[in-house]
Design a protein around this ligand. Structure first.
Ligand SMILES: C[S@@+](CC[C@H](N)C(=O)[O-])C[C@H]1O[C@@H](n2cnc3c(N)ncnc32)[C@H](O)[C@@H]1O
Length: 409
């Protein structure tokens, strides 16, 4: 009998993508942006002139794959990327996207990620939105751990329960109603059910899930008709990593996992600060309520932590935010402020700190930026840390030498 998850992805490759769109845009995100994975797994100091071998496990229609391959190609990195997925329909779309871009670093394989080790060992493994669909997710975590090269790391994403409030009872309800119908009829019935949901329904009351319910058939099927979908809360994720001999490195937006940013009472903030990191993250997940997925990095158990931190030769890059706009805000208002998924941050800075932001071009290291604006080290690093902390917390600043090396080659 064909596995129902395989049957789903053959009928509805997900996410729905049109290779023609590659001409007009590159989809980027977390994990697996090369600058970001460098920051969390290679101290922001990977030597990108060395070959890089990556596995995209359960690569689907290719979002993470295309981002990784395109950015590495743009910077002249000698990369070999193995795409592995059990769905042939998904692979065809990913292949067409890669062909549309002329990417030559990818080898496409059809198969089960439980056999990841048969493709060699990898500096980096991407596995997004896959492990929670496996019959035995622990076996999946273990297989990926087994395929990591020494010093390598994993970027993963698993579904999270509280931000997906309303999803799981709807999956059960629909199973009772339409499980025996062919996929197209299931989708049609589901659209009808959604249109007539009573206002008290959990899915209807969850404002964070509109994107899926208003999207195409593949998104709807993935959200509400999936035959195997188990979410991980923070504790379940940490336990799964532990069982697979993996060490948690970081979430991609650490600020969303800090309950102190969600508590006004200083006494309670202090109590939260006294908890272990894992306890704090588990508490934050419950307090913030809108975490739909956990995006994280992990390394083999016992490996030295290799998360980047500010140092004179660290090269800062802004991601998804304009340095000029931030500099303008510092210059005019004496603050940087922003909001990521409902959590705001604000930091006061002297106006001349705008120069630090202006000097950040993804190529200059901190010492070069400091010399450029002519400050002495103590003042520079103290102000840099003030702006680095919130920007890093919300995924807006990372360290990597990727662009610097490319510009020199
Ligand atoms: C939700 S999609 C995610 C695709 C992609 N990683 C992304 O983030 O856009 C899940 C993919 O995992 C694949 N998959 C599920 N179980 C798998 C397994 N055991 N081995 C390989 N691929 C698998 C499915 O075929 C599907 O393409």
């Amino acid at each position: 009998m064909i596995d129902p998850v395989l049957r789903q992805y053959e009928a509805y490759p997900y996410p729905e993508r049109d290779p023609a769109d590659e001409a007009t845009r590159l989809i980027t995100g977390s994990p697996s942006h090369p600058v970001e994975l460098d920051h969390f797994l290679f101290e922001g100091a990977r030597d990108w002139s060395r070959p890089f071998r990556a596995l995209v496990a359960g690569g689907g229609t290719g979002d993470g794959l295309i981002m990784l391959a395109q950015i590495l190609a743009d910077h002249g990195v000698d990369a070999e990327i193995i795409y592995l997925d059990m769905s042939v329909a998904s692979r065809r779309i990913a292949e067409a996207r890669a062909a549309a871009r002329g990417l030559t670093s990818i080898r496409f394989e059809t198969g089960d990620l439980l056999r990841a080790g048969e493709y060699g060992s990898f500096d980096y493994i991407d596995c997004c939105g896959v492990l929670h669909h496996l019959p035995d997710p622990d076996a999946g975590f273990a297989a990926l751990r087994g395929a990591l090269a020494e010093g390598g790391g994993l970027g993963g994403m698993v579904y999270a329960p509280y931000g997906r409030a309303g999803v799981y009872e709807m999956q059960d309800a629909l199973r009772a109603l339409v499980a025996d119908d062919p996929p197209e009829a299931q989708v049609a019935h589901t659209r009808g059910v959604i249109q007539s949901l009573v206002p008290t329904n959990g899915l209807k009351r969850n404002p964070f899930l509109n994107d899926h319910t208003h999207g195409g058939d593949a998104g709807l099927y993935d959200l509400l008709l999936h035959s195997r979908d188990r979410p991980y809360d923070v504790d379940a994720l940490f336990d799964a990593l532990e069982r697979a001999d993996l060490d948690f490195a970081s979430f991609t937006t650490p600020g969303r996992y800090d309950p102190r940013l969600m508590l006004a009472d200083p006494v309670l903030r202090e109590r939260a600060g006294a908890l272990t990191y894992r306890q704090r993250a588990a508490l934050a997940e419950r307090l913030v309520g809108n975490i739909k997925v956990h995006s994280f990095y992990a390394t083999a158990k016992g490996a030295e932590p290799r998360i980047a931190s500010p140092s004179p030769d660290a090269v800062p890059s802004l991601i998804g935010v304009s340095g000029a706009a931030l500099a303008e805000s510092v210059y005019r208002n004496g603050v940087i402020r922003g909001e990521v998924d409902g959590i705001g941050f604000q930091r006061a800075l002297p106006k001349d700190a705008a120069g630090i932001l202006t000097g950040m071009d993804g190529r200059r290291n901190l010492d070069e930026i400091r010399s450029m604006i002519g400050w002495e080290a103590e003042r520079f690093y103290s102000l840099f840390n003030t702006l680095y902390q919130p920007l890093n917390n919300f995924g807006l600043m990372r360290f990597s030498r990727l662009k610097r090396l490319a510009s020199r080659s």
